[in-house]
Design a protein around this ligand. Structure first.
Ligand code: HEM
Length: 397
């Protein structure tokens, strides 16, 4: 099933068609903008749940809140469905989905590692991985087919979908060369769910961890948010676009903690590639691009271990770096033909959520807590090894 998804399809006509559909229909700026009400609703629900946990226990473990918001957000954009995790039925289906996403991630991680480091296959037990995969695929297919059928029944006519249509309606409305078969739709839709959920949640968690570690950065960011949204306001996408310091904080988080540190894991050199140091990567070589090493290289970034958003503020002598693939010093979404098609959606979501988290609460370590632990663990993405736990003091409304 996964071989028909964008990230796993080999370069060729089918993959090009998927990329075209993604850029023209799924992630067009209008579509991303039209999904703002969903992003806001998910953020609102997350802030309420955080406030409740803070008042009940004096601190908040942020990760589950971010994962729920991210899953709902991506489910909303892709399937037009959201879950109320406080109610029984919604909570059960959301939990089931989270498990399927997590299982898919683990299996892909196992495949990737053991493909490139064959001795690992010994630990991963390939037959067990194959068994788990065989069990997961029909569950995913049944779930996604159910959602597609529901959309088919609801669709009155084949009129072009609105800007705020979900991805299922968009894919169902495609005609001619762009039309996808049902199995291909299942693969593409599911890929969006598992790629878009964890990346967004864990980038936000890293960002908040750095803000807890750096109270002065947090205070400066809050001052920018307050000044931009005005008294009684609530941050919007348009506000976020007018917050250079927030953009710099997110860029610095992407530099310090790139969620996809090894990019697509593997690329095949289709021709001999001469390097600037005189070496040549011969055609046919499988190459892994280690973005983490580049973003922590002192020859590329001054004081790479320092968290310093100012390095991205041209008004303070910093560099105006394009993180969307235009500058290989910091390409956390990859670059070139395989660049992440969800980058604008990811950046818009993380920017808005960080603005709202900082606008609604002051974040600090609970009394007597150990310092924030920045240890990393590499699964399919780079996660905080110890989930962030912090006190979230509500600000006056
Ligand atoms: C902060 C959020 C995100 C980060 C850091 C991220 C990062 C990446 C990276 C590093 C790659 C590999 C690029 C390469 O090798 O050059 C990638 C590919 C991809 N991403 Fe994302 N991503 C994010 C969000 C999303 C979202 C929200 C979606 C969809 C809803 C998405 C869908 C994809 C897909 C489909 C590919 C495969 C593209 C291809 O191979 O043609 N990503 N992403």
């Amino acid at each position: 099933m996964f071989a028909r998804a964008i990230g796993f399809a080999p370069s060729g006509e089918y993959w090009r068609r998927l990329r075209r559909i993604a850029s023209t229909h799924l992630f067009s700026p209008r579509r991303v903008a039209a999904h703002e009400p969903g992003r806001q609703a998910d953020a609102g629900a997350m802030l309420r749940a955080i406030a409740a946990e803070q008042s009940a226990s004096g601190a908040v473990v942020l990760r589950p809140h971010l994962q729920t918001a991210a899953l709902n957000n991506i489910m909303g954009s892709v399937f037009g469905r959201r879950y109320d995790v406080s109610s029984g039925a919604g909570a059960a289906e959301a939990e089931q989905l989270k498990n399927m996403v997590r299982e898919g991630f683990e299996l892909l991680g196992a495949f990737n590692w053991s493909d490139h480091l064959p001795w690992l296959a010994h630990f991963y037990d390939p037959s067990n991985v194959a068994r788990r995969c065989a069990a997961l695929v029909p569950r995913v297919q049944a779930f996604v087919r159910g959602v597609i059928d529901e959309h088919r029944r609801r669709r009155q006519n084949s009129a072009a979908p609105d800007d705020n249509a979900d991805f299922v309606d968009v894919l169902l409305s495609l005609e001619g060369d762009e039309k996808l078969g049902e199995d291909d739709m299942v693969a593409v839709l599911w890929e969006m769910i598992f790629r878009g959920t964890d990346t967004t949640a864990l980038l936000t968690e890293w960002c908040m961890a750095e803000l807890v570690r750096h109270p002065a950065v947090q205070a400066r960011l809050r001052a920018e948010v307050d000044a931009t949204v005005g008294a009684g306001g609530c941050p919007t996408d348009a506000d976020v676009a007018r917050m250079p310091y927030l953009q710099a904080v997110v860029k610095e988080t992407l530099r310090a903690h790139p969620p996809g540190p090894l990019l697509s894991w593997a690329r095949l050199a289709t021709a001999d590639v001469p390097l600037s140091n005189g070496m040549v990567v011969p055609a046919g070589t499988t190459v892994m691009v280690n973005m983490w090493a580049i973003t922590h290289d002192a020859a590329v970034w001054a004081d790479p271990d320092m968290f310093a958003p100012e390095r991205f503020l041209p008004s303070e002598g910093g560099a105006d770096v394009d993180v969307r693939g235009g500058d290989l010093r910091l390409a956390p979404f990859g670059a070139g033909r395989r660049v992440c098609p969800g980058k604008n959606l990811g950046l818009t979501t993380v920017g808005l959520w960080v603005a709202r988290l900082v606008h609604a609460f002051e974040w600090a370590l609970p009394d007597g807590a150990p310092p924030v632990c920045l240890d990393e663990v590499l699964k399919l993405s780079l996660e905080m090894k110890t989930p962030l736990a912090a006190a979230a003091f509500p600000r006056a409304a």
